[in-house]
Design a protein around this ligand. Structure first.
Ligand code: CUA
Length: 335
């Protein structure tokens, strides 16, 4: 029985391991985490197949005939067997715990020298992410990282509990209002990924996503330089320039681009309506209402209560004005 169970276990474990179930590994943390995952998954597959195999075999082999009304023969425990089936699980569970603890400690380790990693402040809100790069004095609706450079993410939330997760990076961390949580990622593969919210946070939970771009050293430097130029050329982009300069900064900082496409801002998200089509030719009043009271009129094919309805509080009047002016000027113009 045990041989049959073991064979079934080895086959099941092999099938589990050799089919690519998991997303790409795009961070150093992913390798360690996957090793722990497979260690635990294969042990579980083998034990499950062993127990199920023995149970099915015993049910078939020792089935009582239908006219057999006897009680089973009285048996006492088997001390040798009991020692083994206690000792083996203890060893396995201790091994899983120690391996997990080591992997977690390694995953969250930052270089001692602060020059060797960056920090990004991640703010979650129903239902968008925004990313502040303190060293660059810049806030964006997408997470931009340099390949092979560790980044410490400092997370918080403006409203309810959300959770940050990029499957390809494996690391997952809650964003909790009122406190700052932390996680570390060292991306190893250039490319585009998605941040996915993994804490049920309201009606828009399923669409609460943001883009991640992992750039080569060269492209990352270009992205940093582009931010500087944007800031200086337009008189700061901090609210002191002309309407457009400030408006596009508000558009980026408020995270509008994580849900909406707008050609002028170069955003292509499809969670909310395409602003180039729904706002083209609309007046300031309509646009302002759509921002501060998004449920007043829902574009065809979209759900109410998905867009945050607190922009009247979270943005200043000047920021709102700048954003509206920017949208009046640009919506539809880029097509
Ligand atoms: Cu935020 Cu789910």
């Amino acid at each position: 029985m045990i041989v049959i169970g073991l064979l079934a276990g080895i086959v099941t474990g092999g099938v589990a391991y050799f089919i690519p179930w998991l997303p790409d590994q795009a961070s150093t943390q992913a390798e360690d985490i996957d090793q722990v995952y497979w260690f635990v998954a294969i042990i579980c597959a083998i034990i499950f197949a062993l127990v199920a195999g023995v149970a099915i075999y015993a049910g078939w082999k020792f089935r009582a005939p239908s006219d057999d009304m006897d009680d089973g023969s009285p048996i006492h425990g088997h001390t040798g067997l009991e020692i083994w089936w206690t000792a083996i699980p203890v060893v396995l569970v201790v091994a899983m715990s120690v391996w997990s603890a080591v992997a977690l400690a390694r995953a969250e380790r930052l270089p001692d020298n602060p020059d060797e990693y960056t920090q990004v402040e991640v703010t979650a809100a129903q239902f968008a992410w925004s990313f502040t790069y303190p060293e660059l004095d810049r806030t964006e609706g997408e997470l931009v990282l340099r390949v092979n450079q560790p980044v410490e993410l400092l997370l918080t939330s403006n409203d309810v509990i959300h959770a940050f997760w990029v499957p390809e990076f494996r690391m997952k961390q809650d964003a909790v209002p009122g406190i700052q949580t932390q996680t570390v990622i060292t991306p190893t593969k250039e490319g585009s990924y998605d941040v996915i919210c993994t804490e049920l946070c309201g009606l828009g939970h399923a669409v609460m996503r943001a883009g991640v771009r992992v750039l080569s050293d060269e492209d990352y430097e270009a992205w940093v330089a582009e931010g500087r130029e944007g800031g200086e050329g337009d008189g700061g982009g901090e609210g002191e320039g002309d309407g457009e300069a400030a408006g596009d900064a508000v558009f980026a900082e408020a995270g509008c681009g994580s849900c909406h496409a707008l050609a002028d801002a170069g955003t292509t998200a499809e969670l909310g309506p395409d602003l180039d089509s729904v706002l083209e030719g609309r007046d300031e009043e309509f646009i302002l209402t759509s921002i501060v009271d998004p449920n007043a009129e829902i574009a065809e094919g979209y759900q109410p209560n998905v867009m945050p309805d607190d922009y009247e509080d979270s943005l200043s009047e000047a920021e709102l004005d700048a954003l509206v002016a920017y949208l009046v000027e640009t919506a539809g113009a880029g097509r």
